[in-house]
Design a protein around this ligand. Structure first.
Ligand SMILES: Nc1ncnc2c1ncn2[C@@H]1O[C@H](COP(=O)(O)OP(=O)(O)OP(=O)(O)O)[C@@H](O)[C@H]1O
Ligand SMILES: [Zn+2]
Length: 936
């Protein structure tokens, strides 16, 4: 009762105006394309079709969550309502057989709308219930309570009944019953299974013993009782509306970095399993009687396709008003136009023959040969990517096995077997979801009086229960010769080896873009959709190898009713154009921080998903690297991409940018603040910020000033940012130290170094030398103990083997350097001529930090010091400085005459006297480098 009250109040709340929000939250629950458009019709490119909106609303209303349960609970039609609930659930996965339901003995109100999509199935409804309730399917209580009514239980046929009926009748008539496969009580299992649980099967066995029937029936009763108890004590729905949380989850499952954008194409229907409910209606409808019973095909997930009268008052609140209208209109229009329901492309263009199957030539060849040569196995497993044709192939194979055509091209589509399948009446082919239990034993004693293959297609078999697997593995060796099991799943991982090892395994890889494009083109021409080839390519590339995704997207695009171009596709699916992407990339790579951030913000304001944007950026970089991007437009506006073709170094930068993006993607995925991470990632693409890359990207974070000038086609030497190698690009000692500390993998050590250590000096070159200073013997020894870690961090940051000296800071050091550090950049004599030439253009001779000599000279230049005074001070300070830098092979501080400079470069300062003497001479004849002052 509590449950009912809460649910009622929720329903009331919904009817009091929260519907809009409610619908928005569950926009994907309905035939998402339409409803989404309806909900956003102000902005949508398609004008709203009121009747469609009405239908969607009614569909939603008809979900149990929006119905006032108390209104139905005790009503005479409650069983019918309950049945509809159950039916609806099943229908989310797959169609339900009207005939099956009729004959199953379920007490339905005469007006109960029941779908009939032809192919008979048994739905493991308890399994569904378990799955649903475990997933907080709030309305479970009502349906279970009613479903478990004695009347119904008494009238429901057991699985053995089904077996008897199916196996006892060799005609291709309608399968007469539908019994839920039973579960063993509630069990948490993945949603995939729950969704597929709607699949049904009817099996037969004309030799099933009464005893076994009884046991099954008893078991059913017993389980039902348990289930009822559990369900009655179960809490009210936690999602506040009764619609399952995992419906939301469906649409985000398994998304990858690069497919997020594309997946959004289908407005929440991208997940193949999520869409299965829609697509799967085609199992019998597209290929069967649905063509002749148009009212019952192509219904969205929540719709009943039967007569309307049974559900006229099966809703409440606002939706009731809409629904009444809809029903009135619907009835009128249905009487006028029997084909009022849309048939989706996936239904319409589902493969009927092996020739129709796209891109799975090996599988097709093997299966058709198996049929032709009558070498049919018992167990098959079709595994692989979603939307790649596994289920379609299973169906075609099943039809071919039973096809009576003497020709080799089976299935023929015209023989009685093919026709009965198309009409949904071929009981030799059964499809079922991930059942909990299946009485395989009954098959063992089956006598095959006719030359029919009994084909059982198990969808989502990876969600089948252990008991079911056990049962299956037991019958594997004893099964009748004409029984075929086809297990369909996306991965073999969850399947027991004992079964898999006895299966013929067929892998269905993702479909190639070319195959998808070909199929889309065929559909587009048949449907007279005017679409650019490039737009088709974009659709295909965003479908992640799933033809179903691509077909869904094409269908969505076809609703626009105009010529479909790439920008239109991009706009529709929330992608940004390539030009904008390249503009953003250009700004980021040119280190234009302000405009990068501004531009990114503007893009974000259009509602683009950060992950999708990152994916697009990665794609466009890949295209540029592959040379397939056309830079035709707006080239002059750009900085980084102004020159074309890009030089080698620029290409390398792009490669690094790709790496940075892919590394940032991981953070982006788990972060709540995706935009910030995206911004950070973009700013890291800039050359002058490469030093600030996070640890882990040591290759990017290298401070080694390896020759960077970039020779373009004209032979001109360019610097990293195309403007010459500037001192701005050089990191400070603090930057280096921070990067090194960040790179240390031991947490405690990191803090220790940060607190106690500092760089005394770094000589950067091909063989960098670092002097690390600590202020006490204890800390020095501690650091020594971790020398390897520290050295590793330095080498990762500097990108070269490092000589590390760990020392104690003396008072003299403090006095002389004022506690600050320096970088001395060395010329490597082994550098190539080209590099040396390039280095001439750089301000290579630098003594950084609080370098006394340079500072004094600077001071002297800008002040009224006499040259002599400056030199005197310089001499004194340089004296100390040079002593400290005894490792330096060359110290260049002065811009002297050419000959003197060359001498200076080669100067080896081996002894203090030599150094002082030589330097003094050079100092006297030189002058300060102007650039140096900017560094200090
Ligand atoms: N290889 C294919 N050839 C032709 N059509 C295909 C192919 N793959 C997918 N399709 C289209 O996609 C629809 C769904 O395909 P199907 O259900 O066979 O995929 P699946 O691999 O079983 O997917 P899932 O694993 O998600 O169940 C089909 O109705 C058809 O329109
Ligand atoms: Zn045939």
């Amino acid at each position: 009762m509590t449950t009912t009250r809460v649910a009622s109040s929720r329903v009331q709340k919904d009817s009091n105006g929260d519907i809009g929000e409610h619908l928005r939250n569950h926009i994907h629950l309905t035939n998402s394309i339409h409803l989404k458009n309806h909900m956003h019709n102000k902005h949508g490119p398609v004008s709203t079709d009121r009747s469609l909106l009405m239908r969607d609303l009614v569909l939603l209303q008809r979900s149990r969550s929006l119905r006032d349960p108390s209104a139905n609970r005790n009503s005479p039609s409650s069983n019918g309502v309950v049945h509809k609930e159950g039916t609806r659930r099943r229908r989310r996965r797959r169609s339900v057989d009207h005939n099956v339901v009729k004959k199953s003995g379920l007490r339905l109100s005469s007006s109960s709308p029941v779908l009939n999509f032809g192919t008979s199935k048994v739905t493991p409804s308890d399994e569904r219930c378990d799955g649903l309730s475990e997933n907080s399917f709030g309305n479970e209580v009502y349906s279970v309570a009613s479903v478990k009514s004695k009347d119904r239980a008494n009238n429901i046929k057991t699985l053995s009944d089904q077996l008897n009926e199916v196996l006892g009748d060799d005609s291709d008539d309608v399968v007469p019953s539908n019994v839920p496969a039973r579960g063993n009580g509630p069990r948490r299992r993945k949603f995939r299974g729950a969704r597929r649980a709607g699949r049904a099967v009817t099996v037969r066995d004309n030799v099933v013993g009464i005893k076994s029937e009884m046991s099954l029936a008893e078991k059913y009763e017993e389980e039902e009782g348990t289930q009822r108890e559990q369900d009655m004590t179960r809490a009210v729905p936690r999602n506040g509306c009764g619609l399952p949380f995992n419906w939301s989850r469906i649409h985000h499952r398994g998304r990858t970095f690069l497919d997020i954008a594309g997946r959004s194409l289908s407005c929440g229907m991208s997940d193949s399993k999520g869409r299965k409910g829609l697509t799967d209606i085609s199992i019998s409808s597209a290929s069967s009687s649905s063509f002749t019973k148009p009212d019952r095909k192509a219904l969205p997930l929540l719709v009943d396709s039967g007569d309307n009268e049974g559900w006229q008052h099966d809703y409440s609140g606002e939706l009731g008003v809409f629904a009444d209208d809809l029903l009135k209109n619907g009835e009128k229009s249905s009487s006028r136009n029997p084909r009022r329901h849309h048939q989706s492309f996936t239904q319409k263009y589902a493969p009927r023959t092996f020739q129709d199957v796209v891109g799975q030539s090996l599988v097709v060849q093997a299966l058709s040969n198996a049929v032709a040569k009558r070498r049919v196995g018992l167990l098959y497993v079709f595994h692989g990517s979603n939307g790649s044709g596994k289920t379609s192939c299973a169906r075609v194979f099943a039809r071919a096995l039973n096809c009576h055509s003497p020709e080799h091209s089976k299935p023929c589509g015209v023989c009685s077997s093919c026709v009965s399948y198309d009409n949904g009446k071929n009981k030799n082919i059964r499809e079922m979801g991930p059942v909990r239990s299946f009485d395989f034993e009954n098959l063992i004693s089956q006598k095959d009086r006719r030359h029919h293959h009994k084909v059982f297609i198990f969808e989502d078999c990876d969600a089948m229960s252990t008991a079911c697997w056990n049962a299956l593995s037991k019958v594997v060796d004893r099964a009748p010769s004409r029984v075929v099991f086809i297990l369909v799943c996306s991965s073999l991982d969850a399947l027991p080896h004992i079964v898999v090892s006895r299966c013929q395994r067929f892998f269905f890889p993702k479909l190639k873009d070319a195959d998808i494009i070909g199929s889309l083109q065929r559909i587009a021409s048949k449907e007279e959709i005017d679409i650019d080839k490039d737009a088709l390519k974009l659709v295909a590339s965003r479908s992640d190898g799933s033809l179903r995704d691509a077909e869904m997207t094409l269908e969505q695009l076809s609703l626009l009713g105009t010529r479909i171009s790439v920008p239109l596709v991009q706009e529709l699916v929330g992608l940004i154009s390539d030009e904008k992407l390249v503009d953003l990339l250009d700004l980021a790579l040119s280190a234009d921080t302000v405009n990068t951030v501004k531009n990114l913000r503007m893009i974000m304001e259009t509602g683009v998903e950060p992950l999708a944007l990152m994916s697009q950026l990665a794609t466009v970089i890949t295209d540029i690297l592959a040379g397939s991007y056309d830079f035709a437009k707006d080239q002059h506006k750009r900085k980084f991409f102004r020159r074309h073709p890009l030089c080698k170094e620029d290409m390398e930068k792009l490669r690094q940018a790709l790496k940075t993006l892919s590394e940032s993607e991981k953070q982006l995925r788990v972060s709540n603040d995706k935009i910030t991470w995206l911004t950070a990632a973009l700013l890291q693409l800039a050359p002058d910020q490469r030093y600030l890359l996070p640890p882990g990207s040591s290759a990017n974070a290298s401070f080694n000033p390896s020759p960077s000038p970039c020779k373009d086609a004209a032979g001109e030497v360019r610097g990293r940012s195309g403007e010459g190698f500037s001192s701005v690009n050089r990191p400070s000692v603090e930057d280096i130290w921070l990067a090194v500390v960040e790179n240390v993998r031991v947490n405690g050590l990191r803090e220790f170094l940060y607190r106690e250590g500092k760089i005394f000096s770094i000589s950067i070159g091909s063989a960098p030398t670092v002097q690390l200073m600590f202020n006490s013997p204890v800390t020095r020894i501690t650091a020594e103990n971790f020398r390897d870690h520290i050295l590793g961090a330095f080498e990762a940051v500097l990108g070269a083997p490092v000589t590390l000296e760990i020392r104690i800071e003396s008072k003299k050091d403090q006095k002389n350097l004022g506690g600050r550090s320096e970088i001395i950049e060395l010329e490597d004599e082994s550098e190539s001529a080209v590099t040396r030439e390039a280095n001439k253009n750089k301000n290579q001779s630098i003594v950084r930090g609080k370098v006394s000599l340079a500072q004094v000279i600077k001071q002297g230049e800008g002040s009224s010091w006499s040259k002599r005074k400056a030199l005197l001070i310089a001499e004194k300070l340089e004296h100390e400085n040079l002593r400290l830098e005894s490792r330096s092979r060359i110290l260049i501080c002065w811009k002297a005459l050419g000959s003197v400079r060359r001498k200076l470069w080669r100067l080896k300062m081996r002894t203090r006297r030599v150094r002082l003497h030589s330097l003094w001479k050079l100092v006297s004849s030189g002058k300060c480098l102007p650039l140096r002052s900017s560094i200090l």
